[in-house]
Design a protein around this ligand. Structure first.
Ligand SMILES: *Cc1c(COP(=O)(O)O)cnc(C)c1O
Length: 449
């Protein structure tokens, strides 16, 4: 095949490639050819700061020599072997490293390949656990999930999810979790003061658990920040309270750290902020530094032991993905963890977090901005039609998209969530690049609203 021309690439991209979460009738191709650090370069040589970390997954920048080298070295050994019944040294070493750094008590690792699969795995593990643990509770087959939750796009993950605009069309396919309201620090329930928000929501959760715990296998939660919901931030202490309640009512806790894990909130895992060990913890996105699809579901020894038995007892976890635990991905993940140590990534974050906070404080003054929310290097700027009533702009006005379109003209690549402009750069972002992202957002808001 001849190298296609620029025009062919664009034509084929518009007509052959079906992009996720993208209205193809109005899709304008942006074709990235290569990258340097936190900068993406398109086929025309235009440069953009990667302000959303290539959809929340890039950690140490693109083409990091350490990670590139690790993947190349693994290629010289083997690209893929199955983890169904066999193994390879790289994936084994990654399991060891993850158990070493994870919240104490998570001692086993089930590898899959995406965030959604990591969640599916935990949902199925929780159900099967109650069927065959020492004191079986087969009637525990339901789940608790938060309002506006997002856990991925496969059927089980969509069932747990609660973002109406994405999920309503698939309703006939879904199972129903018990839904509790999200403890949203911006849109608080009427009559509830900010400092009462945590206890109010923990109280609501306790009512649900007290009534239904005998049917509930697990509660699934995005710790601290509900990303795809629009960077909804939870009040301090909520996660800790959820852990206490789920333990008291014999409900497993699944922490979906697909977005917040791997340093995003300033600690390696979001659960560390509240000294929480969940029963199951899901990782994906940043696990390979944003290089390759790899996911992990970490489990406690208690859960693991419930799956041990004679072959004929069928306690096996009958679930697996062809590429789960892929050695190239594992090599990228190991190198990503090495870079965290070698570059002292977490210790260098507070300065960047503070700089982003300063910018957000300024942006919050704009009349079109209802709220700014931040946890680590994860932030959302919510645009509203009316600051007093928090009335949202109608979603079809595409306010968020228009801000990001403007930012692109200033060399900053962003992707919004409805009316929320997301700022979520690689952790390796420089202060100067952060300044440019924030300025582009600020100019975009003024230009687009
Ligand atoms: C992105 C995301 C997922 C889904 O991950 P994929 O790799 O896209 O399947 C699951 N949970 C959370 C919290 C996410 O942000």
């Amino acid at each position: 095949m001849h190298e296609p021309t620029r025009e062919q690439l664009i034509h084929w991209d518009r007509n052959l490639v079906w992009h996720g979460f993208t209205q193809m009738a109005e899709y304008e191709p942006l074709v990235i050819q290569r990258a340097e650090g936190c900068t993406l370069i398109d086929i025309d040589g235009n440069r953009y700061i990667d302000g959303v970390a290539s959809l929340w997954c890039n950690v140490h920048g693109h083409r990091h020599p350490r990670i590139d080298g690790a993947v190349r070295a693994q290629l010289d050994r083997v690209a893929h072997v199955t983890s169904l019944g066999t193994s390879n040294p790289t994936t084994i070493k990654l399991a060891r490293r993850l158990v070493d750094i994870a919240p104490a008590g998570l001692e086993h690792v089930f590898f899959s390949d995406d965030g959604a699969t990591a969640v599916e795995v935990s949902v199925k593990m929780a159900l099967q656990y109650w069927q065959q643990c020492d004191d079986p509770r087969p009637e525990k087959t339901r789940y608790v999930a938060l309002g506006e939750a997002y856990h991925g796009d496969t059927i089980g993950a969509v069932s747990m999810g609660g973002v109406g605009r994405f999920h309503d069309v698939f309703q006939p396919l879904l199972f129903e979790p018990i839904r509790v309201a999200s403890p949203d620090t911006y849109r608080t329930p009427e009559g509830i003061a900010p400092d009462g928000l945590r206890d109010y929501h923990l109280g609501k959760l306790e009512e649900v658990l007290a009534e239904h715990h005998e049917q509930i296998a697990a509660m699934v939660i995005e710790p601290l920040v509900q990303g795809a919901a629009g960077m909804i931030t939870h009040p301090p202490g909520y996660l800790h309270g959820v852990r206490e309640l789920t333990r008291r009512y014999d409900v497993l806790l699944v922490a979906d750290e697909v977005a917040v894990g791997m340093g995003r909130t300033g600690r390696m895992f979001a659960c560390e902020h509240e000294q929480v060990t969940p029963d199951l913890l899901c990782l994906a996105k940043g696990l390979t530094g944003g290089y390759l699809p790899l996911a992990a579901t970490l489990a406690t020894d208690e859960i693991w032991r419930a799956f041990l038995g004679d072959y004929s007892e069928s306690k096996t976890f009958f679930h697996g993905h062809t590429y789960g635990g892929n050695p190239l991905g594992a090599a990228a993940a190991l190198a990503t963890l090495d870079v965290f140590e070698e570059e002292d990534t977490l210790a260098r974050m507070p300065e960047k977090i503070a700089r982003l906070q300063q910018h957000l404080a300024r942006i919050a003054e704009l009349p079109q901005v209802g709220d700014v929310r931040q946890r680590g290097l994860m932030a959302g700027v919510e645009l509203v039609a009316d600051r007093a009533t928090k009335e949202p702009y109608p979603w079809f006005e595409k306010r968020g998209i228009r801000v990001c379109d403007h930012a692109r003209t200033e060399g900053v690549l962003l992707r919004p969530l409805g009316n929320v402009v997301v700022i979520l750069p690689p952790l390796a972002i420089t202060l100067e690049q952060l300044d440019r992202i924030a300025e582009a957002v600020e100019h975009g808001i003024v230009a687009a609203t």
